[in-house]
Design a protein around this ligand. Sequence first.
Ligand SMILES: Nc1nc2c(ncn2[C@@H]2O[C@H](COP(=O)(O)OP(=O)(O)OP(=O)(O)O)[C@@H](O)[C@H]2O)c(=O)[nH]1
Ligand SMILES: [Mg+2]
Length: 340
Amino acid sequence: MFIDRAKIKLKAGDGGNGVTAFRREKFVPRGGPSGGDGGVGGDVWMESDEGLNTLLHLRYNPEHKAERGHHGEGSNRSGKDGESITVRLPVGTQVFDAETNELLFDFTEPGQRYLAAKGGKGGWGNAHFATPTRRAPRFHYTGRPGNEKELQLELKLIADVGLVGFPNAGKSTLISVISAAKPKIADYPFTTLEPNLGVVDMGDFKTFVVADIPGLIEGASTGAGLGDRFLRHVERTKIILHLVDVSSASGRDPVEDYRIINRELAGYSQDLAERPQIIVATKIDALDDPSRRDDLRDRAKKDRTPFFEISAVANIGTKELVDAVAKRLDENEASRTNAA
Ligand SMILES: Nc1nc2c(ncn2[C@@H]2O[C@H](COP(=O)(O)OP(=O)(O)OP(=O)(O)O)[C@@H](O)[C@H]2O)c(=O)[nH]1
Ligand SMILES: [Mg+2]
């Protein structure tokens, strides 16, 4: 199961208390105030870490507390500050206040740090309050409480490529063939209920990440079927592979399928509707009526969208498709680097 949401509780350390104390020295009848201040409580930081891909580690470990400041002591000794802690998150995590839903921080790069909960200040000891007219203050302050936060974390998969299409179009079969992902595959709609991530290995340490999401149907953007909420997993992808079953198994028209899915993408966001697509005709091993493929190819030509035909099961055309995707991503990368 792919987990991309987690609620966590953070508690920064309370400040240590100040203390009331007086010097005791031999032969000095009344020493001055000497109560030290409390230490500052530890902070809770968050940091993005390239090595993480999910929020799973936080699901099982949702509470994080930093150490409190130590109390002050006599002889003007301040308490030690509490140790700060750091919660690690995958790149792509957005941090929301769980109560107000306000976006507090968006981790877009590795190594970013965010101070999520600040430790409480230490209280002053009585030495701090001594003045010429008040030589023996008999009071101190207690430490301030550390910040407490309840946060909702949301990880949008940072996949490079998103697979979209009707249920049964062959999305999971494709990801299972081009990556090590082993999603459930079956001959009924809505087999995939949670997104699957797959890493495609191009050799020479080159990889790209593909997201297989549950199928869309007409009206998905207004809640039909499983709705369109899984589209948030392809929101940040660079390319959409739009899979269309061209065998007669679907009982629908491929060009019509293609139009419907595009309409649902637009219903979700204009941005997604304008994302570069590659149209992929699937199941060509079972192509019983070639005009179904040809019509879709014509449509692709009209829309000036690259078109590929594959059979994931018979392993036809998948290598060409993967190469084209990798090339396209390389070009993206190059144009981004040039622009920077
Ligand atoms: N003949 C043939 N059948 C295929 C091919 N690819 C997938 N199928 C079959 O089509 C059915 C659906 O495949 P899935 O990969 O589960 O489809 P999906 O798009 O992930 O479907 P959902 O998860 O329901 O959205 C399965 O029975 C597959 O075996 C193919 O290239 N050729
Ligand atoms: Mg599937």
